[in-house]
Design a protein around this ligand. Sequence first.
Ligand SMILES: Nc1ncnc2c1ncn2[C@@H]1O[C@H](COP(=O)(O)OP(=O)(O)OP(=O)(O)O)[C@@H](O)[C@H]1O
Ligand SMILES: [Mg+2]
Length: 338
Amino acid sequence: MALNVDGIIGNSPALAEVFKILEKVAPTESTVLVTGESGTGKELLVRALHRNSKRKDKAFVPINCGAIPKELLESELFGHEKGAFTHAIRSRPGRFELADGGTIFLDEIGEMDLSLQVKILRALQEKEIERVGGTQIKKVDVRVVAATNRDLEDEVQAGRFREDLFYRLNVIPLHLPPLRERDGDIITLAEHFLGRFCREKERGGLSLSERAKEMFLTYSWPGNVRELENFMERLSILCDSKEVAPEDLPDKIWTDIGETPLRKVEEVQVRPAGFVWPTLLDMNDRASGLKEFLESIEDRLLLEALDAAGGVKNKAAEMLGIKRTTLIEKIKKRKLLD
Ligand SMILES: Nc1ncnc2c1ncn2[C@@H]1O[C@H](COP(=O)(O)OP(=O)(O)OP(=O)(O)O)[C@@H](O)[C@H]1O
Ligand SMILES: [Mg+2]
């Protein structure tokens, strides 16, 4: 059976390696631990794992261990009996029971308390659980897949994560490399998301300029695919042209790659101390009369703007506060670019 990785975009060697392990492990009953920085696609991968398992027609039950208040997490996972605590007005099954026959996804397992880790270990080893406030032990048939963006070995060293649970979970480690290490995927993903957002917003397509692509490849993507996705959505809203220019990219990218966008250069450019108005003496030194002198000042400003705009007349005209056609006329008349 071919691996179904619908929705996971990318064909970098790093991702291909992950798919290779996924293909082997998905049909088994093994516990899997998915690691990787925030936004690398851990959840997407775990869903693909379930989809490619023998349990695919049974429940997939995700639970974010980091998002649920600690005192509620145990009853969320294992359920509770009526009267177990103040607000337990009726009995309720937990996620393990709901996932019976299927897969439970323990997301952000690194955030879980040590006391609860013991109970997870028991559920894994004995395949049985006990509701909070309950007296009965229930058998459950659940495949456990966990994910974390922490380094669990470090957590074990620091005494925050049980070593036995770590080894029990880490039977098959699946590591998603950060986006910056998946060069081949960055542009593919960017174009995929741009296309999708432009269609959703019913606007014309947007392509990436070569320079924008280069910048994407240099940027470190601390937020990984999620960050890239959000940038593309922003561009699909804010970018009016057909092509994404470097100037359209957020300051965060410019700072990270150690450059300054043109729009900022104007602000931070060092200016000679004190502006001095030209005098008649200056004029007589340089020109035959007022008209010629003023034109020479104008020429210098036009050339500076053209230079700063990298020769893009639209942009130079904008910087000068004149129309593009006016700029072109002036360039022609004064033979500025010959
Ligand atoms: N390879 C990919 N192809 C398409 N979309 C992706 C890919 N990887 C991640 N995404 C998208 O990026 C976003 C983040 O992915 P996901 O939630 O799976 O990351 P995560 O590793 O679980 O992050 P966190 O640690 O913050 O929970 C989602 O919107 C997901 O659809
Ligand atoms: Mg996640």
